[in-house]
Design a protein around this ligand. Structure first.
Ligand code: NQM
Length: 350
């Protein structure tokens, strides 16, 4: 039994297998076939693999040294579908990104400095770069610390994440609001292709539990209609069946002192929290006057973070206004935590 070197890590509110690219086949079809067998897909319980039977725990990060002078490492994100034989590269993941930085240090791709080590990561899926500051006392990664993030029990070492603005158009249709599938929507991409819709426009309060939204056949049907209408307008490659974008995010006024309250369809299951880049895209929508968030969002005072409320708490992040263009936004900054859960060898299903 030889097995494949693999770290099982939590990154933010997600979990997945993190691999060195050199430990996986270079050919995408062979790599994807192997990852399906490693994660235990397709199977709603993923009983025969590493996957946790939910999209948030069926994720893979592939890491290698970068040739980009602006980055230390390249990070390819792969979403392994739970119940379909599908592996998608159509999005990146800002939560798993938080695991990639300590992994790169642990594997010796980036030398640890005394105290704090910044890892510059090129997100291969989107072409944008993020800088992550990892605590490295004694030149070793520590996962222990005082940072708390909603959706994860306990505390851990903070990882400060600074995300460049998305490389492509923030508003793919050029409009602040489009009318699609009979509803007003803001199609926006600040790192995650997202469709912002007012919960009230679908007859919802916006405080519904993820399971109750998933169980509501009419809501599920409307979300699918909205996604199908948005898909061709957002310049997303592939087909709605084999991609995981756009995400549909329902907005309502904040209920706990934040900027906005959200419920995110990613795109079939409802997120228990919210994705990092998903939140950055919502926050960008809140920053621009005239989007569907206008009138619902309560913007923070200068210097304060935007607080995106979600089903298990909130995600605080800074999305700077653009210095000279009111139709764009600047850098996004957020604190995440990560943990090495297991580092060893995984034995794929034959
Ligand atoms: O938006 C879930 C997650 C994500 C994505 C998803 C993410 C992000 O929470 O940056 O992190 O939207 O599929 O892992």
């Amino acid at each position: 039994m030889s097995g494949i070197p693999c770290a099982l890590m939590r990154g933010g509110t997600s979990k997945g297998g993190i691999f060195l690219a050199s430990d996986l086949p270079a050919e995408p079809a062979l790599r994807d076939d192997l990852l399906l067998r490693i994660m235990g897909s397709p199977d709603i319980r993923q009983i025969d693999g590493l996957g946790g039977a939910h999209p948030l725990t069926s994720k893979v990060g592939v890491v290698s040294l970068s040739e980009d002078p602006d980055a230390d490492v390249d990070y390819l994100f792969l979403q392994v579908a739970v119940d379909q034989p599908v592996v998608s590269t159509s999005q990146t993941c800002g939560n798993i990104l938080a695991a990639v930085a300590p992994f790169a240090i642990e594997r010796g791709l980036v030398p640890a400095l005394e105290g704090r080590t910044v890892v510059r990561v090129r997100m291969v899926n989107t072409g944008t770069v993020a800088a992550l500051a990892v605590r490295t006392p004694g030149r070793e990664v520590t996962y222990h610390g005082e940072a708390e993030i909603s959706g994860v029990p306990g505390t851990a070492a903070p990882i400060e994440v600074a995300l460049d603005p998305a490389a492509g158009a923030l508003l793919p249709t050029g409009n602040l609001v489009d009318r699609i599938a009979g509803v007003e929507a803001t199609l926006i991409d600040n790192g995650m292709a997202s469709v912002l819709v007012r919960a009230a426009d679908l007859g919802l309060a916006g405080d519904e539990a993820p399971a109750s939204l998933e169980a509501d056949a009419e809501v599920v049907r409307r979300i699918a209609e909205i996604r199908a209408a948005a898909f061709p307008l957002m310049g997303i490659e592939g087909t709605p069946e084999t991609t995981t974008t756009p995400k549909i995010v329902l907005l309502s006024a904040a209920a706990a002192g934040g900027t906005l309250r959200t419920r995110s369809f990613i795109p079939f299951r409802v997120h228990e929290a919210i994705g990092v880049l998903g939140a950055a895209s919502v926050a960008a929508g809140a920053r621009l006057a005239g989007t569907v968030a206008d009138g619902l969002a309560t913007l923070p005072a200068d210097g304060e973070p935007m607080r995106i409320e979600h089903p298990t708490g909130f995600l605080d992040l800074y999305v700077d206004p653009h210095p000279d263009d009111p139709a764009r936004v600047g850098e996004s900054r957020v604190v995440r935590t990560a943990r090495m859960i297991m580092d060893g060898k995984v034995h794929p299903r034959p």
